[in-house]
Design a protein around this ligand. Structure first.
Ligand code: AMP
Ligand code: MG
Length: 417
């Protein structure tokens, strides 16, 4: 087992052990947010025939080159064609057909005159404009034709993709499976939120934070409960999680006498790949793989901020890779620090910051209390400023990378245009 990895090394190590999950077939209507596991080719044409884009009259352009408001040309209306119907016959020279939006263009016709550009009376229509070639005609197959590749495998499906799938007749679709994540909390001091009568106990918050982070990433959390600080209790709970794709346990991975998670994992046949990542918050992170099941196991530190930040940096990219995403990471913006920051060289600090936009630039202010036990620092901050491992000081105005965690950060109160 390796110890004391850099953030980069640890992230590479976890992603190296991660496989994209197999495909499953689901209803297209449920597929938003999933990653396509097949390539979608069209077996039909859209629109199926040339058709009208307007309510008006199908005409032969050559008849009407001289038409204008001052000298309208009058032609007989010889038949009508509505959406979903077929033209009775072809349009001959000197004729017009009444036509509605989406109706197929009769053979012989080569332009549509909008209703607004006509006057009609007793079976005849006066045309007030000269049409352009194929004006207001939607060409057959202008959206897609037979054999066109519409959506590439690996695409994140959104609303337009579901519409496109439906329009090629696909009510089911193949996507990558969603990982299941078994979540375990551990510690004799912990109680569930609704059992908090004893004021000296700590309410277990990590399971709530982590389950929400799993869902946000697209995974399916299963909560295993709180284990006591004994190897037997931890082992019993972890066994229950072995069928999940990933186990995320929090607490009990440090060097204290009551930290049993690592020992239990090894006993259960979990091959530990590393312990300790040179970062703050969150040094005592352990990662391993249960050899018999292939389940990836993350033992996160127990402090609420450490647990959440280590999940962000290591578990979230893993879950996204399993889901088939190509983009594994959160957006990052460059921001200017509004305060000086200092630290010792050695660990990368993820500093919870509040961002403001001024003069077209982002400005980052560290949340006052950066303790790894202060969960409200994550509630108040918009993201994590990266204070690199080797760096000891950053001045006011220095530029830093900020990883945006708050999904509402890019939403706007004003429309903005
Ligand atoms: P440990 O990693 O077991 O040393 O725990 C570090 C700190 O995190 C301790 O103060 C714990 O009480 C706290 N802690 C551990 N698990 C949780 C949890 N599920 N929810 C809230 N705090 C926790
Ligand atoms: Mg503990």
């Amino acid at each position: 087992m390796r110890e004391g990895l850099s953030v980069d090394e640890a992230q590479k190590a976890v992603l190296k052990m991660t496989q994209r999950l197999a495909a499953e077939t689901i209803s297209t209507s449920e597929a938003a947010g999933r990653i396509l596991a097949e390539s979608i080719e069209s077996g039909r044409r859209q629109p199926p025939q040339d058709c009208s884009a307007m309510d008006g009259y199908a005409v032969r352009r050559a008849d009407l080159l001289e038409a204008s408001a001052d000298s309208p040309i009058s032609v007989p209306i010889v038949f009508e064609v509505a959406a979903g119907a077929k033209a009775k016959r072809s349009l001959e020279a000197g004729e017009a057909a009444r036509i509605f939006t989406g109706a197929p263009l009769p053979t012989g016709a080569d332009a549509i005159i909008r209703q607004e550009d006509t006057r009609s009376d007793a079976g005849r229509v006066e045309i007030l404009v000269a049409p352009l070639a194929r004006e207001h005609v939607r060409d057959a197959g202008e959206d897609f034709g037979i054999g066109d590749q519409l959506i590439a495998s690996g695409t994140l499906l959104g609303a337009p993709h579901l519409g496109a799938l439906a329009s090629v007749g696909r009510s089911v679709v193949s996507v990558h499976q969603r990982p299941t994540v078994a979540i375990l909390s551990g510690g004799n001091e912990l109680v569930e939120p609704d059992r908090s009568a004893d004021p000296d106990k700590i309410v277990s918050s990590n399971s709530y934070t982590i389950a929400a982070q799993c869902r946000e990433a697209g995974a399916m959390p299963m909560y295993l409960g709180i284990a006591e600080d004994t190897p037997t209790s931890i082992e019993a709970k972890l066994h229950a999680g072995q069928r999940a794709d990933v186990i995320v346990s929090s607490a009990g991975v440090s060097v204290g006498d009551h930290d049993h998670v690592r020992g239990v994992l090894e006993k259960m046949g979990c091959r530990l790949h590393f312990w300790g990542v040179k970062m703050k918050p969150g040094f005592p992170l352990v990662f391993g793989v249960i050899e018999s099941t292939g389940t990836l196991v993350f033992g996160l530190p127990g402090n609420p901020v450490s647990a959440s930040v280590t999940f962000e940096e290591f578990v979230r990219p893993v879950l996204r890779k399993m889901l088939g995403h190509r983009a594994l990471y959160r957006p990052v913006v460059r921001a200017r620090l509004t305060e000086k920051m200092t630290k010792k060289a050695g660990r990368l600090h993820f500093v919870r910051v509040i961002l403001e936009t001024r003069d077209g630039e982002y400005h980052a202010t560290p949340v006052e209390n950066q303790s790894s036990g202060v969960l409200t620092s994550l509630v108040r901050g918009h993201g994590l400023a990266v204070f690199r491992a080797e760096c000891e000081g950053l001045d006011v105005g220095a530029e830093v990378d900020v990883q945006i965690l708050d999904p509402a950060f890019f939403d706007q109160n004003e429309r903005g245009f």
